[in-house]
Design a protein around this ligand. Structure first.
Ligand SMILES: [Zn+2]
Ligand SMILES: [Zn+2]
Length: 282
């Protein structure tokens, strides 16, 4: 069995949560997350909230309460990152802290802004971090999307046409650091709830998780969410390797394949979707 990368539940209006196993991050914490993840919730190291709507934060209280009453290690702190200035999230976290005044671990509420770097892991030349970006959801609720970024090395542009032999000769002569350069690779992009994101925010991402509340654009009444044709265009422009659609309205449950059938032949990336009635794993 291959290693779990993502576990997702997402049904627009009801609940959304995304567990990214390689970094033990939970993006959003909708209802039912503890019930479904069960004892895996103890593995969560960080929670990143995209915004303060109830379908994305209602499961937070159960996570905190379950961790507090578990038999396992209760000492590990839990850091909840959220969009700076989002008062709905702040009031909810305040309430949870008051309701659980005997908390046995540190529950840390950490506001963040766009372009801030939140380091996840750093060892030698390896580094992974999160950078939030601004999205277009509702006026009242300041919302963020998130990129998980890894630094990698690649051959400098000027050596691109050199043969393998010439490159290894140069590498011996100058050292590999001299002929390579560090670049940032997006390994995961999470849109959060939004009208379509700016394709630059997901440029060359390995996996783009984009909300897709509406499969039919004409079903949408307000411009707070994305539709399938927009998301396909964004993923193409962004040149992503894989697109995963989530936050799909339950009205399309059981019919999603039909909407995707014709699209699959026209695109150059892989496409998956989170059925609103099924827990998705990758
Ligand atoms: Zn939502
Ligand atoms: Zn929302």
């Amino acid at each position: 069995m291959s290693r779990l990368i993502l576990q997702i539940y997402s049904k627009a209006l009801y609940s959304t949560w995304i567990y990214y196993a390689p970094e033990r991050i939970l993006f959003d914490a909708g209802e039912g997350v503890s019930l479904t993840m069960s004892n895996k919730i103890y593995a969560i190291k960080y929670i990143f909230l995209t915004h303060g709507h109830i379908d994305h934060i209602s499961g937070l209280w159960t996570i905190v309460n379950t961790r507090n009453n578990s038999m396992g290690d209760r000492e590990k702190p839990l850091i909840v990152y959220y969009p700076r200035g989002n008062t709905a999230v702040e009031e909810w976290l305040d309430f949870i802290k008051k309701a659980n005044d005997d908390l046995r671990f540190d529950l840390i509420a950490q506001p963040i802004s766009t372009q801030e770097k939140i380091f996840l892991r750093q060892a030698g030349g390896f580094s992974r971090y999160i950078v939030p970006f601004k999205v277009k959801h509702t006026v009242q609720d300041f919302s963020l999307g998130y990129n998980v970024i890894e630094t990698r090395r690649r051959l400098k542009q000027e050596y691109k046409d050199f043969s393998q032999e010439e490159i290894s000769r140069l590498s011996k002569k100058l050292g590999s650091d001299q002929i390579t350069e560090v670049y940032e690779k997006k390994i995961l992009t999470v849109s959060g709830d939004t009208f379509g994101i700016d394709p630059n925010d997901a440029k060359d991402s390995e996996i783009l998780l984009h909300e897709c509340t509406f499969l039919k654009t004409s079903d949408r009444k307000m411009n707070a969410h994305a539709s399938l044709e927009e998301v396909i265009e964004i993923a193409s422009q962004a040149n992503v390797q894989k697109l995963i659609l989530y936050h799909i309205s339950s009205r399309y449950s059981g019919k999603i394949d039909r909407y995707l059938r014709n699209i699959k032949e026209t695109i150059s990336f892989q496409i998956n979707y989170v059925d609103p009635e099924v827990v998705f794993t990758l």
